[in-house]
Design a binder for this molecule. Structure first.
Ligand code: ATP
Ligand code: MG
Length: 418
Protein backbone atom coordinates (compact mmCIF):
# COMPACT_ATOMS: atom_id res chain seq x y z
CA UNK A 1 0.00 0.00 0.00
CA UNK A 2 1.52 3.34 -1.07
CA UNK A 3 1.20 6.03 1.58
CA UNK A 4 1.58 9.80 1.49
CA UNK A 5 5.07 11.13 2.25
CA UNK A 6 5.87 11.73 5.92
CA UNK A 7 4.88 15.19 7.13
CA UNK A 8 2.32 15.79 4.36
CA UNK A 9 -1.45 15.61 4.51
CA UNK A 10 -4.58 14.88 2.55
CA UNK A 11 -7.26 17.48 3.08
CA UNK A 12 -10.65 15.85 2.66
CA UNK A 13 -13.91 17.68 1.82
CA UNK A 14 -15.12 18.09 5.42
CA UNK A 15 -11.78 19.59 6.36
CA UNK A 16 -11.28 21.62 3.18
CA UNK A 17 -14.30 23.75 4.07
CA UNK A 18 -12.21 25.28 6.86
CA UNK A 19 -9.40 25.94 4.39
CA UNK A 20 -11.77 27.61 1.95
CA UNK A 21 -13.11 29.76 4.79
CA UNK A 22 -9.60 30.90 5.79
CA UNK A 23 -8.62 31.57 2.19
CA UNK A 24 -11.78 33.58 1.59
CA UNK A 25 -11.18 35.75 4.66
CA UNK A 26 -7.55 36.26 3.54
CA UNK A 27 -8.65 37.40 0.08
CA UNK A 28 -11.39 39.66 1.45
CA UNK A 29 -9.07 41.31 3.96
CA UNK A 30 -6.39 41.82 1.30
CA UNK A 31 -8.88 43.47 -1.01
CA UNK A 32 -9.91 45.80 1.81
CA UNK A 33 -6.24 46.74 2.35
CA UNK A 34 -5.41 47.10 -1.36
CA UNK A 35 -3.14 44.04 -1.68
CA UNK A 36 -3.15 42.22 -5.03
CA UNK A 37 -2.57 38.48 -5.36
CA UNK A 38 0.72 37.18 -6.76
CA UNK A 39 1.31 33.57 -7.88
CA UNK A 40 4.75 32.19 -8.59
CA UNK A 41 6.50 28.87 -9.26
CA UNK A 42 6.60 26.07 -6.70
CA UNK A 43 10.35 25.69 -7.28
CA UNK A 44 13.08 28.23 -7.87
CA UNK A 45 16.82 28.20 -8.40
CA UNK A 46 18.46 27.07 -5.17
CA UNK A 47 20.63 30.18 -5.23
CA UNK A 48 17.57 32.36 -4.62
CA UNK A 49 16.93 30.81 -1.21
CA UNK A 50 20.60 30.68 -0.26
CA UNK A 51 20.76 34.43 -0.78
CA UNK A 52 17.18 35.39 0.06
CA UNK A 53 16.58 33.26 3.14
CA UNK A 54 20.20 33.14 4.27
CA UNK A 55 23.02 30.62 4.08
CA UNK A 56 23.29 30.33 7.86
CA UNK A 57 19.60 29.66 8.59
CA UNK A 58 18.19 26.27 9.55
CA UNK A 59 15.88 26.49 6.57
CA UNK A 60 18.77 26.64 4.11
CA UNK A 61 21.22 24.44 6.01
CA UNK A 62 18.93 21.58 6.98
CA UNK A 63 15.40 21.89 5.64
CA UNK A 64 15.42 22.45 1.88
CA UNK A 65 14.13 20.00 -0.72
CA UNK A 66 16.77 20.48 -3.36
CA UNK A 67 17.21 18.52 -6.61
CA UNK A 68 19.32 18.69 -9.70
CA UNK A 69 17.30 19.05 -12.89
CA UNK A 70 18.12 17.09 -16.05
CA UNK A 71 20.14 20.02 -17.38
CA UNK A 72 22.22 20.16 -14.20
CA UNK A 73 20.56 23.22 -12.64
CA UNK A 74 19.96 23.04 -8.89
CA UNK A 75 16.35 23.82 -7.95
CA UNK A 76 14.60 23.90 -4.56
CA UNK A 77 10.93 23.50 -3.63
CA UNK A 78 10.00 26.85 -2.07
CA UNK A 79 10.50 26.76 1.71
CA UNK A 80 8.80 30.19 2.00
CA UNK A 81 7.36 32.94 -0.17
CA UNK A 82 9.21 36.20 0.51
CA UNK A 83 12.33 35.46 -1.55
CA UNK A 84 10.12 34.28 -4.43
CA UNK A 85 8.03 37.44 -4.35
CA UNK A 86 11.16 39.61 -4.24
CA UNK A 87 12.57 37.70 -7.25
CA UNK A 88 9.34 38.21 -9.15
CA UNK A 89 9.20 41.92 -8.30
CA UNK A 90 12.71 42.38 -9.68
CA UNK A 91 12.24 40.17 -12.76
CA UNK A 92 8.95 41.85 -13.73
CA UNK A 93 10.27 45.36 -13.15
CA UNK A 94 7.60 46.11 -10.55
CA UNK A 95 10.06 48.20 -8.57
CA UNK A 96 9.52 50.89 -11.23
CA UNK A 97 5.76 51.05 -10.50
CA UNK A 98 4.07 53.55 -8.23
CA UNK A 99 5.01 52.75 -4.64
CA UNK A 100 4.06 51.22 -2.34
CA UNK A 101 3.64 47.84 -3.94
CA UNK A 102 1.30 45.57 -1.97
CA UNK A 103 1.17 41.85 -2.72
CA UNK A 104 -0.25 38.74 -1.07
CA UNK A 105 -0.04 35.00 -1.71
CA UNK A 106 -1.50 31.71 -0.51
CA UNK A 107 1.00 28.90 -1.15
CA UNK A 108 2.27 25.51 -0.07
CA UNK A 109 5.84 25.43 1.27
CA UNK A 110 8.28 22.57 1.79
CA UNK A 111 10.73 22.09 4.64
CA UNK A 112 12.41 18.88 5.70
CA UNK A 113 11.60 19.11 9.41
CA UNK A 114 10.78 16.56 12.06
CA UNK A 115 7.00 16.19 11.70
CA UNK A 116 4.88 16.85 14.81
CA UNK A 117 1.66 18.68 15.65
CA UNK A 118 1.81 22.08 13.95
CA UNK A 119 5.00 21.21 12.04
CA UNK A 120 4.90 19.51 8.67
CA UNK A 121 7.09 18.96 5.63
CA UNK A 122 4.51 20.40 3.28
CA UNK A 123 2.53 23.21 4.88
CA UNK A 124 0.59 26.27 3.79
CA UNK A 125 1.15 29.95 4.23
CA UNK A 126 -0.88 33.07 3.69
CA UNK A 127 1.63 35.89 3.28
CA UNK A 128 1.67 39.59 2.44
CA UNK A 129 4.56 41.82 1.38
CA UNK A 130 4.67 45.62 1.20
CA UNK A 131 7.49 47.19 -0.84
CA UNK A 132 8.75 50.72 -1.25
CA UNK A 133 7.75 52.25 2.09
CA UNK A 134 10.04 52.69 5.10
CA UNK A 135 7.68 54.61 7.39
CA UNK A 136 6.38 53.22 10.69
CA UNK A 137 2.96 53.80 9.16
CA UNK A 138 3.71 51.06 6.61
CA UNK A 139 4.71 48.67 9.40
CA UNK A 140 1.49 49.47 11.23
CA UNK A 141 -0.67 48.92 8.16
CA UNK A 142 0.93 45.55 7.48
CA UNK A 143 0.52 44.42 11.09
CA UNK A 144 -3.11 45.62 10.99
CA UNK A 145 -3.68 43.48 7.91
CA UNK A 146 -2.44 40.39 9.78
CA UNK A 147 -4.54 41.31 12.80
CA UNK A 148 -7.68 41.89 10.69
CA UNK A 149 -7.15 38.52 9.09
CA UNK A 150 -6.72 36.65 12.40
CA UNK A 151 -9.79 38.32 13.89
CA UNK A 152 -11.68 37.70 10.65
CA UNK A 153 -11.21 33.95 10.99
CA UNK A 154 -12.33 34.16 14.61
CA UNK A 155 -8.94 33.81 16.30
CA UNK A 156 -8.96 36.23 19.19
CA UNK A 157 -6.58 34.54 21.56
CA UNK A 158 -3.29 35.62 19.98
CA UNK A 159 -0.88 38.21 21.29
CA UNK A 160 1.24 40.38 19.07
CA UNK A 161 4.90 40.33 20.09
CA UNK A 162 7.04 43.10 18.56
CA UNK A 163 10.66 44.06 18.66
CA UNK A 164 13.09 46.26 16.77
CA UNK A 165 16.40 44.74 15.75
CA UNK A 166 17.98 47.95 14.51
CA UNK A 167 19.71 48.51 11.20
CA UNK A 168 23.19 48.12 9.66
CA UNK A 169 24.10 51.38 11.47
CA UNK A 170 23.47 50.17 15.01
CA UNK A 171 23.78 46.39 14.63
CA UNK A 172 27.61 46.03 14.77
CA UNK A 173 27.69 47.66 18.18
CA UNK A 174 24.84 45.46 19.39
CA UNK A 175 26.55 42.36 18.00
CA UNK A 176 29.68 43.05 20.01
CA UNK A 177 27.60 43.45 23.15
CA UNK A 178 26.02 40.04 22.45
CA UNK A 179 29.33 38.31 21.72
CA UNK A 180 30.71 39.66 24.96
CA UNK A 181 27.68 38.41 26.93
CA UNK A 182 27.53 34.94 25.39
CA UNK A 183 31.31 34.46 25.51
CA UNK A 184 30.97 34.59 29.28
CA UNK A 185 28.68 31.52 29.15
CA UNK A 186 30.12 29.87 26.06
CA UNK A 187 30.54 26.44 27.69
CA UNK A 188 26.81 26.11 28.38
CA UNK A 189 25.65 26.87 24.81
CA UNK A 190 24.59 24.10 22.40
CA UNK A 191 27.09 23.12 19.69
CA UNK A 192 25.29 25.08 16.97
CA UNK A 193 25.29 28.22 19.09
CA UNK A 194 28.95 27.79 20.03
CA UNK A 195 29.79 27.73 16.34
CA UNK A 196 27.74 30.83 15.53
CA UNK A 197 28.82 32.84 18.54
CA UNK A 198 31.11 35.00 16.45
CA UNK A 199 29.55 34.67 12.98
CA UNK A 200 25.91 35.27 13.86
CA UNK A 201 25.31 35.85 17.58
CA UNK A 202 21.77 37.15 16.99
CA UNK A 203 20.67 33.68 16.00
CA UNK A 204 21.47 32.41 19.51
CA UNK A 205 18.54 34.51 20.69
CA UNK A 206 16.04 32.33 18.89
CA UNK A 207 17.72 28.97 19.48
CA UNK A 208 15.11 26.43 20.49
CA UNK A 209 17.32 24.57 22.99
CA UNK A 210 16.01 25.19 26.52
CA UNK A 211 19.47 25.97 27.91
CA UNK A 212 20.32 28.49 25.20
CA UNK A 213 16.95 30.19 25.48
CA UNK A 214 17.32 30.43 29.26
CA UNK A 215 20.73 32.07 28.82
CA UNK A 216 19.29 34.32 26.10
CA UNK A 217 16.68 35.73 28.51
CA UNK A 218 19.28 37.93 30.21
CA UNK A 219 21.20 38.87 27.07
CA UNK A 220 21.58 42.52 26.06
CA UNK A 221 18.45 43.78 24.34
CA UNK A 222 18.37 45.16 20.82
CA UNK A 223 16.06 47.99 21.85
CA UNK A 224 18.71 49.28 24.28
CA UNK A 225 21.20 49.58 21.42
CA UNK A 226 19.18 51.32 18.70
CA UNK A 227 20.51 54.34 16.81
CA UNK A 228 18.38 57.51 16.90
CA UNK A 229 16.68 56.83 13.58
CA UNK A 230 15.71 53.29 14.60
CA UNK A 231 14.52 54.50 17.99
CA UNK A 232 12.31 57.07 16.33
CA UNK A 233 10.93 54.46 13.94
CA UNK A 234 10.10 52.09 16.80
CA UNK A 235 8.42 54.88 18.80
CA UNK A 236 6.40 55.76 15.69
CA UNK A 237 5.25 52.17 15.37
CA UNK A 238 4.26 51.87 19.03
CA UNK A 239 2.30 55.15 18.89
CA UNK A 240 0.33 53.85 15.91
CA UNK A 241 -0.29 50.39 17.38
CA UNK A 242 -1.65 52.12 20.47
CA UNK A 243 -4.34 53.87 18.44
CA UNK A 244 -5.11 50.86 16.24
CA UNK A 245 -6.69 48.78 18.96
CA UNK A 246 -4.13 45.97 18.73
CA UNK A 247 -2.77 44.65 22.02
CA UNK A 248 0.94 44.00 21.86
CA UNK A 249 3.94 43.37 24.02
CA UNK A 250 7.59 44.14 23.43
CA UNK A 251 9.46 40.86 23.11
CA UNK A 252 13.22 41.25 22.96
CA UNK A 253 13.77 37.62 22.03
CA UNK A 254 12.22 37.95 18.60
CA UNK A 255 15.05 38.39 16.12
CA UNK A 256 15.79 37.71 12.52
CA UNK A 257 19.46 37.02 12.56
CA UNK A 258 20.24 38.15 9.03
CA UNK A 259 21.80 41.35 7.88
CA UNK A 260 19.09 42.31 5.45
CA UNK A 261 16.42 42.32 8.15
CA UNK A 262 16.03 45.62 9.92
CA UNK A 263 13.97 47.35 12.54
CA UNK A 264 10.51 45.86 13.04
CA UNK A 265 10.08 42.15 13.69
CA UNK A 266 6.89 40.60 15.03
CA UNK A 267 5.01 37.41 15.75
CA UNK A 268 1.42 36.60 16.60
CA UNK A 269 1.52 33.91 19.24
CA UNK A 270 -1.49 31.76 20.01
CA UNK A 271 -2.41 30.40 23.40
CA UNK A 272 -3.40 26.81 23.68
CA UNK A 273 -1.83 24.97 20.76
CA UNK A 274 1.29 23.90 22.60
CA UNK A 275 4.84 24.45 21.50
CA UNK A 276 4.24 25.34 17.83
CA UNK A 277 2.43 28.47 18.90
CA UNK A 278 3.60 31.10 16.42
CA UNK A 279 0.77 31.37 13.93
CA UNK A 280 2.18 34.36 12.07
CA UNK A 281 5.67 35.86 11.79
CA UNK A 282 6.99 38.87 9.95
CA UNK A 283 9.44 41.70 9.74
CA UNK A 284 11.08 44.45 7.80
CA UNK A 285 13.69 43.40 5.24
CA UNK A 286 15.05 46.61 3.74
CA UNK A 287 18.17 44.89 2.39
CA UNK A 288 16.62 41.77 0.82
CA UNK A 289 15.85 42.98 -2.69
CA UNK A 290 19.41 44.23 -3.15
CA UNK A 291 20.73 41.01 -1.62
CA UNK A 292 19.22 38.99 -4.45
CA UNK A 293 20.41 41.32 -7.19
CA UNK A 294 17.69 43.95 -7.39
CA UNK A 295 17.60 47.71 -6.81
CA UNK A 296 17.50 49.27 -3.37
CA UNK A 297 13.90 48.65 -2.32
CA UNK A 298 12.56 48.54 1.23
CA UNK A 299 10.07 45.86 2.22
CA UNK A 300 8.11 44.45 5.11
CA UNK A 301 6.00 41.31 5.19
CA UNK A 302 4.50 38.47 7.17
CA UNK A 303 3.53 34.86 6.67
CA UNK A 304 0.84 33.03 8.61
CA UNK A 305 0.91 29.23 8.84
CA UNK A 306 -2.53 28.02 7.77
CA UNK A 307 -2.14 24.55 9.33
CA UNK A 308 -1.45 26.12 12.72
CA UNK A 309 -4.39 28.49 12.29
CA UNK A 310 -6.66 25.50 11.77
CA UNK A 311 -5.31 23.86 14.94
CA UNK A 312 -6.00 27.10 16.80
CA UNK A 313 -9.52 27.35 15.39
CA UNK A 314 -10.24 23.80 16.50
CA UNK A 315 -9.20 24.84 19.99
CA UNK A 316 -12.35 26.85 20.47
CA UNK A 317 -12.78 29.78 18.17
CA UNK A 318 -15.98 31.09 16.68
CA UNK A 319 -15.85 29.16 13.43
CA UNK A 320 -19.26 27.64 12.82
CA UNK A 321 -19.34 24.79 10.37
CA UNK A 322 -22.15 25.13 7.86
CA UNK A 323 -24.27 22.01 7.64
CA UNK A 324 -23.53 21.68 3.94
CA UNK A 325 -27.05 20.38 3.35
CA UNK A 326 -28.59 20.18 -0.11
CA UNK A 327 -31.54 22.48 -0.71
CA UNK A 328 -33.43 19.64 -2.33
CA UNK A 329 -33.13 15.90 -2.88
CA UNK A 330 -35.17 14.55 -5.78
CA UNK A 331 -36.09 10.88 -5.45
CA UNK A 332 -37.02 9.33 -8.81
CA UNK A 333 -38.42 5.82 -9.14
CA UNK A 334 -37.81 4.38 -12.59
CA UNK A 335 -36.21 5.54 -15.81
CA UNK A 336 -38.76 8.17 -16.87
CA UNK A 337 -38.77 9.74 -13.40
CA UNK A 338 -34.98 9.79 -13.41
CA UNK A 339 -34.99 11.80 -16.65
CA UNK A 340 -37.43 14.26 -15.03
CA UNK A 341 -35.15 14.47 -11.96
CA UNK A 342 -32.19 15.37 -14.17
CA UNK A 343 -34.29 18.08 -15.82
CA UNK A 344 -35.31 19.59 -12.47
CA UNK A 345 -31.75 19.48 -11.10
CA UNK A 346 -30.34 21.21 -14.20
CA UNK A 347 -33.04 23.89 -13.98
CA UNK A 348 -32.59 24.59 -10.25
CA UNK A 349 -28.79 24.57 -10.29
CA UNK A 350 -28.80 27.35 -12.88
CA UNK A 351 -30.52 29.33 -10.16
CA UNK A 352 -27.88 28.42 -7.57
CA UNK A 353 -29.94 25.82 -5.76
CA UNK A 354 -27.96 22.92 -4.26
CA UNK A 355 -29.60 19.75 -5.67
CA UNK A 356 -28.99 16.06 -5.40
CA UNK A 357 -30.70 13.04 -6.89
CA UNK A 358 -30.34 9.27 -7.17
CA UNK A 359 -27.45 8.10 -9.35
CA UNK A 360 -27.24 4.47 -8.33
CA UNK A 361 -30.84 3.14 -8.60
CA UNK A 362 -31.67 2.93 -4.90
CA UNK A 363 -35.07 1.93 -3.50
CA UNK A 364 -37.32 4.69 -2.15
CA UNK A 365 -36.47 3.76 1.43
CA UNK A 366 -32.73 3.88 0.74
CA UNK A 367 -33.13 7.18 -1.08
CA UNK A 368 -34.86 8.75 1.92
CA UNK A 369 -32.09 7.51 4.16
CA UNK A 370 -29.55 9.12 1.82
CA UNK A 371 -31.52 12.41 1.74
CA UNK A 372 -31.35 12.41 5.50
CA UNK A 373 -27.62 11.75 5.48
CA UNK A 374 -26.89 14.70 3.20
CA UNK A 375 -29.15 16.97 5.30
CA UNK A 376 -31.51 17.72 2.42
CA UNK A 377 -33.82 20.59 3.35
CA UNK A 378 -36.54 19.46 0.91
CA UNK A 379 -37.41 16.23 -0.87
CA UNK A 380 -39.49 15.57 -3.96
CA UNK A 381 -40.56 12.01 -4.73
CA UNK A 382 -41.34 11.26 -8.38
CA UNK A 383 -42.90 7.87 -9.19
CA UNK A 384 -45.12 6.63 -12.02
CA UNK A 385 -48.25 8.13 -10.46
CA UNK A 386 -46.67 11.56 -10.12
CA UNK A 387 -45.47 11.46 -13.71
CA UNK A 388 -48.90 10.46 -14.94
CA UNK A 389 -50.83 13.32 -13.37
CA UNK A 390 -47.93 15.79 -13.51
CA UNK A 391 -48.03 16.59 -9.77
CA UNK A 392 -45.82 15.68 -6.82
CA UNK A 393 -45.45 16.45 -3.10
CA UNK A 394 -42.59 18.78 -2.14
CA UNK A 395 -41.76 18.03 1.45
CA UNK A 396 -39.98 20.48 3.73
CA UNK A 397 -37.80 18.25 5.88
CA UNK A 398 -37.29 20.87 8.57
CA UNK A 399 -40.97 21.37 9.50
CA UNK A 400 -42.62 18.40 7.74
CA UNK A 401 -44.90 20.60 5.62
CA UNK A 402 -45.98 19.24 2.23
CA UNK A 403 -46.90 21.31 -0.81
CA UNK A 404 -48.30 19.94 -4.03
CA UNK A 405 -46.28 21.18 -7.00
CA UNK A 406 -46.72 20.87 -10.74
CA UNK A 407 -43.88 19.00 -12.45
CA UNK A 408 -44.24 21.27 -15.47
CA UNK A 409 -43.91 24.48 -13.44
CA UNK A 410 -40.31 24.33 -12.19
CA UNK A 411 -40.29 28.05 -11.52
CA UNK A 412 -42.92 27.46 -8.84
CA UNK A 413 -40.76 24.77 -7.20
CA UNK A 414 -37.89 27.23 -7.19
CA UNK A 415 -40.06 29.91 -5.57
CA UNK A 416 -40.89 27.60 -2.67
CA UNK A 417 -37.38 26.38 -1.89
CA UNK A 418 -35.24 29.41 -2.73
P1 ATP B 1 9.27 28.08 13.69
O1 ATP B 1 10.10 28.91 14.61
O2 ATP B 1 8.01 27.59 14.31
O3 ATP B 1 10.05 27.00 12.99
P2 ATP B 1 9.75 29.79 11.46
O4 ATP B 1 10.43 30.96 12.04
O5 ATP B 1 10.55 28.73 10.79
O6 ATP B 1 8.79 29.09 12.56
P3 ATP B 1 8.61 31.35 9.35
O7 ATP B 1 9.65 30.99 8.37
O8 ATP B 1 8.58 32.72 9.92
O9 ATP B 1 8.57 30.27 10.52
O10 ATP B 1 7.17 31.01 8.70
C1 ATP B 1 5.97 31.73 9.03
C2 ATP B 1 4.93 30.82 9.64
O11 ATP B 1 4.78 29.61 8.90
C3 ATP B 1 5.24 30.33 11.04
O12 ATP B 1 4.91 31.29 11.99
C4 ATP B 1 4.37 29.10 11.16
O13 ATP B 1 3.05 29.46 11.51
C5 ATP B 1 4.39 28.55 9.77
N1 ATP B 1 5.34 27.43 9.65
C6 ATP B 1 6.69 27.47 9.54
N2 ATP B 1 7.22 26.24 9.42
C7 ATP B 1 6.16 25.37 9.46
C8 ATP B 1 6.04 23.94 9.36
N3 ATP B 1 7.09 23.16 9.18
N4 ATP B 1 4.80 23.40 9.45
C9 ATP B 1 3.71 24.19 9.62
N5 ATP B 1 3.76 25.53 9.70
C10 ATP B 1 4.96 26.12 9.62
MG1 MG C 1 11.33 26.88 11.39
Amino acid sequence: MIQKPRGTMDILPKESKKWQFIEKVARDVCRKHGFGEIRFPTFEETQLFKRGVGDTTDVVQKEMYTFTDRDGTSYTLRPEGTACVARSVIENGLSGDTMPLKLFYIINCFRHERPQAGRYREFYQFGAELFGATTPSADTELICLADDFLKGIGINNTTLHVNSIGCPECRPQYKSALVEYFSGRQDELCDTCKSRLHSNPLRILDCKSPICSAIAKDAPKTIDHLCDACKEHFEGLKARLNVSGIDYEIDCNIVRGLDYYSRTVFEFISEGIGSQSTVCGGGRYDGLVEQIGGPKLAGIGFAAGINRLILTMENGSSYVEDDGGADIYIAPLGEAASVKANEICAFLRKKDIVCDTDLVGRSLKAQMKYANKINAKNTLIIGDGELENGKAQLRNMLNGEQTEVSLSDLEAIYDIIK
